[in-house]
Design a protein around this ligand. Structure first.
Ligand SMILES: Nc1ncnc2c1ncn2[C@@H]1O[C@H](COP(=O)(O)OP(=O)(O)OP(=O)(O)O)[C@@H](O)[C@H]1O
Ligand SMILES: [Mg+2]
Length: 503
């Protein structure tokens, strides 16, 4: 019996008890769809059958009223009409997980969009999950190497740390994430591109990540043209995938771009559901959802998820509500400034404005001394920069300023790094020693770096997915939102009902 036929019978069975499992759309307003029936719980995934295209729009129950089920869709509502059938699946959103996810690109529901076939896996992880219990979380004692000198040298991160990258638009957040993805010593990258423009996604995969980076990565993409629920769930799906690899014992690098767009999606949903706008138009659920997302990174008793979350700050306003909230949850922040980017100082990390709160846990005392010395040289230079640059400073007038001027060139060279340049940790530590004038013995930093090799590798090896990628040479599927809506009036159905037509 063909699968189609089974599907038809299953649909018939599902609709046999119409009050329980099937309902009808009664109202569509903005993002919200209301239906009479089915019997469903909040968070349950439902199918809405779109009569015009014969396809399925996937939606989620976001509210229940006495007489109506409130739904929001993962895809645009085009074609849905009053009377469209709504079928409850009886399930919450979950993602099939497997090591075969490496090298793959998923949509906000965790379905592959790269045309390389399904992730056939019997294991599924729930998209919405609670963070590990605080008491079972391992302490952070090892550093994760990002391969970015300014971070590894002066803002060292621990495996399982959560850090924010704060920057205005176009200052280099995505480029920095790409550099980390390619160069980190983490076992797996999980990259969430939430609310990015569609064009940027392709750029990111081809230019920033490259083939080698992709083989060790799983991408979850919800572009800006997808409905807010898709952007929200894309974020949770990424967290679930990261949790799967952490459960395998891997050190995972979760690169999340961007929290701001995640928060805006939550705001759109909150406003549509009738929440009052609170701080600067953000609804209370925004502030509630952020810790629930960010806390899912971190250590567990099995492995680690290092979280790098980008936050857009307009006009370098670090006190804007999202930036402020996120800063309070995370264990540090890396600030990128336009001033540095304009000087073509890349990556535009403003070291003096940035802090890694776990730096003392993953560095030895001599390294800390060296980092302190460099920060001091930079601070003295910054304080006197105006005077120095107009030539008003007389050499010899102040020993500290003389030292800062003498060190300046070396520090700049250390902090600047070309996009394609890899910075191994040994070289970074040697560079730090050179610019600080503090000799750093290997015994001071090696115990913190996992130099012995990865704690986890996929059973089939990374190369397999790299090869599959090279051989596949397929176009990425178009973003899910571009559902071709058939012109009004009867026409040939493009897909049988029940097919995942929104992919
Ligand atoms: N390390 C770098 N070296 C050279 N140029 C860079 C570097 N990082 C960023 N740029 C330049 O800055 C531009 C914007 O970078 P990027 O897209 O990473 O910024 P963004 O902060 O992610 O922007 P948006 O806010 O739009 O998402 C790049 O196209 C590139 O020209
Ligand atoms: Mg970007």
């Amino acid at each position: 019996m063909s699968l189609d036929l089974i599907g038809k019978y299953l649909d018939a069975v599902e609709t046999a008890d119409p009050i329980k499992y099937a309902g009808r759309v009664t109202r569509v307003q903005g993002l919200l769809v209301e239906s009479e029936g089915p019997q469903a719980v909040v968070g349950e995934v439902c199918k809405i059958l779109v009569p015009r295209t014969g396809k399925t729009a996937w939606a989620e129950v976001v509210g229940l009223r006495k007489d109506a089920v409130q739904l929001m869709s993962y895809s645009p509502l085009d074609g849905i009409e009053v009377g469209s059938r709504v079928i409850a699946t009886g399930e919450l959103l979950s993602v099939p997980v497997s090591e075969r996810l490496l090298g793959r690109v998923l949509d906000s529901m965790g379905r592959p969009t790269d045309g390389k076939g399904d992730i056939a896996s019997p294991t599924r992880y729930p998209a919405v999950a609670a963070p590990p219990d605080a008491l079972t979380r391992r302490r952070i004692t090892k550093r994760v190497v990002t391969g970015v000198r300014s971070i590894d040298g002066l803002l060292p991160l621990g495996k399982g740390q959560r850090i924010g990258v704060f920057a205005g638009s176009g200052v280099g957040k995505s480029t920095l994430l790409g550099m980390i993805a390619r160069n980190t010593d983490a076992d797996v990258n999980v990259i969430a591109l939430i609310g990015e423009r569609g064009r940027e996604v392709r750029d990111f995969i081809e230019n920033d990540l490259g083939e080698e980076g992709l083989a060790r990565s799983v991408l979850i993409v919800s572009t800006s043209d997808t409905p807010p629920l898709a952007r929200l769930r894309g974020a949770y799906v990424a967290a679930a995938v990261a949790e799967y690899f952490r459960d395998q014992g891997a050190d995972v690098m979760l690169l999340f771009d961007s929290v701001t767009r995640f928060a805006r999606a939550q705001r759109e949903i909150g406003l549509a559901a009738g929440e009052p706008p609170a701080t600067r138009g953000y609804t209370p659920s925004v502030f509630d959802s952020m810790p629930r997302l960010l806390e899912r990174a971190g250590t567990s008793d099995k492995g680690t998820i290092t979280g790098v979350f980008t936050i857009l700050v307009d006009g370098d306003d670090m006190d804007e509500p999202i930036a402020d909230t996120v800063r309070g949850i995370l264990d540090g922040h890396v600030v990128l400034t336009r001033k540095l980017a304009e000087r073509y100082h890349y990556p535009a990390v403003d070291v003096l404005k940035s802090i890694s709160r776990l730096s003392p846990a993953v560095t030895g005392p001599i390294t800390q001394k060296a980092m302190g010395a460099v920060r001091k040289l930079m601070a003295v230079y910054a304080e006197n920069e105006d005077m120095i640059s107009i030539g008003a400073y007389q050499k010899g007038a102040d020993k500290g300023i003389d030292a800062a001027i003498a060190a300046r060139e070396g520090v700049e060279a250390f902090l600047n790094q070309a996009v394609g340049e890899r910075a191994p940790i040994g070289e970074t530590m040697a560079g730090l020693a050179a610019i600080s004038g503090v000799e750093i013995p290997a015994s001071d930093w090696e115990p913190f770096a996992d130099l012995a090799g990865p704690s986890w590798t996929p059973p089939g090896g990374y190369a397999r997915s790299a090869r599959a990628e090279a051989e596949a040479d397929v176009e990425l599927a178009p973003p899910r939102s571009t559902i071709p809506v058939a012109p009004a009036g009867p026409g040939p159905a493009e897909a049988a009902p029940g097919e995942a037509g929104t992919a």
